[in-house]
Each structure stands twice: as C-alpha cells, then as structure tokens.
Design a binder for this molecule. Structure first.
Ligand code: ADP
Length: 257
C-alpha cells in the first residue's frame, strides 16, 4: 500500500500539494480499513449460524430413519454448508491478510517440508517426496509458510496428482521452494488469472471438489507479505509446478551456557 509522503516544512505550492495528497491518503486508508473490518466482522458473524446448520444436519443424518430422497437432500445441505464454512473462513483470512504483520524469523526449510509431508501422510494415497539441503533456512513466519505449502499441496491432491515433490533450492537471489505435481495440469489461458480472488478453472468441477477460489489469493498475499514472489508453470496432462521465492536466513546460533 502506498504510504504518506514526509510532511513538508515549506509554504510553497509543492508543499501545499503534498499536504493535500497526504490528507487524501489518510482518508483512503480509513475507508480501506473500514471495508476490511466489515468483511472480517461479516465473516465472523456468519460462522455461528453455519455451525448450527451443520450440527443439526449431521444429527439428522445420523439418527433418523430416512428415505433415499431425504438422505440425498440432507447430504446436499451438509455439503453446501461445509463449502460455506470454508468460504467464510477463507474470506476472513483474506480480509486480515492485507494488514498482517509477519513475524519474521529463521525457519528451517527441511523441517517445514517434513511437517507438510507428515500432515498428508494419512489422507493422501500418493507419495510426497522431499528434496532440500539440510542447512537451508528462510526468513519467515513458520505458521504462515506452512499455510502456503499446505494450500499448494492440497490443490495438487485435488488435481488428482499421485505424486507431489517438495523441492527447495538455494539460488543467488534467495531460496525457491517448489511444489511439483503430476496432476491434471492447467490450460495456459488460465495461468495469468489463477491468483485472482474467486478465480476457478472449471467452476462446476471445482465446486464439487470443495474449492472456494480463494486459496491462491491467500497464498499470494502471504508470500508477498514476506517480500517474496509466487508463480506457476503447468502442462495439461503432465502436471503443475508452483514456485515460491523467499529470503535466505542464516541458521540461528546455538545458545552457549
Ligand atoms: P480453490 O480454493 O478453489 O482450490 P485456488 O485459488 O486454490 O482455489 O485455485 C484456483 C484454481 O486453480 C482452481 O480452480 C484449481 O482448479 C486450479 N488449481 C490450483 N492448483 C492447481 C494444481 N496444482 N493443479 C491443477 N489445477 C490447480
């Protein structure tokens, strides 16, 4: 976000112009914050009724003798409520992400990747492979970076990948972490819009898979808040690679007692 200019001392026209620009910036900042707060409040308020709906639907699904049609109908309500819950929590994440203060510290890359591998060990039937130098550290917030990688891996799994590789490399400009999958791939015409909010490649298919179209927008916000970049390469029928660049960190010194 643009920042206000230093307050000028003079009384000339340029100084007057700068003061007037600064007043305008302050007003814009206020509007922006009010809008962010509104989205945050609205998503927070929506959580309670959705949780109640889900609780009651699941109760009915478990307890009642149901006709086939009734069951199907309740299952649709349950599925759509789950989607709404995800949408609301993604919206909340996104509304907060503009104002995140990232707690930067050294993060050990291999440990981060191993945690992701472990998270998906049970639910994913395919393989997650790792390749990272032992002594590689990046500047970042471990929870936020975990969120980025988990998002990318779960997208790969949704795209029917059977193999996901997490590769970290020490490059001259910093560190690049890649999430490579052998899933369906993404047609070239979609690649430039992929990180936009609510953008989905195939609306009907992605709806069914429980997507909200917000995952990659959140990923981009987090990575950029770290001063990094994220980009994608893909070939239909072969797979997709997301790359995240981050700043290198030096390993923390062991404490001497
Ligand atoms: P969602 O929350 O719906 O998954 P995302 O913002 O994470 O939304 O992804 C946007 C779109 O990009 C989705 O429509 C999804 O189909 C596509 N996509 C993301 N990652 C991959 C991948 N690894 N392989 C194929 N398609 C992907």
């Amino acid at each position: 976000r643009p920042e206000a200019l230093p307050e000028p001392e003079g009384r000339d026209e340029v100084a007057a112009l700068i003061r007037s620009l600064n007043r305008m910036m302050a007003r814009l900042e206020g509007t922006w914050q009010a809008q962010t707060q509104f989205v945050a409040d609205a998503s927070h308020e929506l959580r309670t009724p959705i949780t109640a709906i889900l609780g009651h639907v699941n109760f009915l699904l478990r307890r009642t003798p149901l006709t086939e049609q009734q069951r199907e109908s309740l299952e649709v309500i349950a599925r759509e409520s789950e989607r709404m819950k995800k949408l609301v929590s993604d919206l909340l994440e996104l509304s907060k992400s503009g104002s995140w203060k990232i707690q930067m510290g050294p993060v050990h890359v291999l440990t981060l990747l191993e945690q992701i591998q472990e998270d998906y060990a049970r639910s994913f039937e395919g393989r997650i492979e790792l390749e990272a130098p032992e002594r590689l550290w990046v500047q970042g917030d471990p929870e936020r970076l975990h969120q980025v990688l988990a998002n990318l891996v779960s997208n790969a799994i949704k795209a029917r990948a059977t193999r996901v590789r997490l590769v970290a490399r020490d490059v001259s400009a910093g560190v690049v972490i890649r999430v490579e999958d052998n899933g369906e791939g993404i047609p070239a015409e979609h690649l430039s819009n992929l990180f936009e909010r609510f953008y989905r490649v195939d609306k009907a298919r992605d709806r069914e898979r429980g997507g909200t179209g917000l995952g990659l927008a959140i990923v981009k916000n987090i990575v950029e808040a770290h001063g990094g970049r994220v980009w994608v390469e893909s070939t239909v029928g072969k797979g997709t690679t997301f790359s995240v660049s981050l700043m290198r960190a030096t390993a923390p010194q062991p404490q001497l007692h």
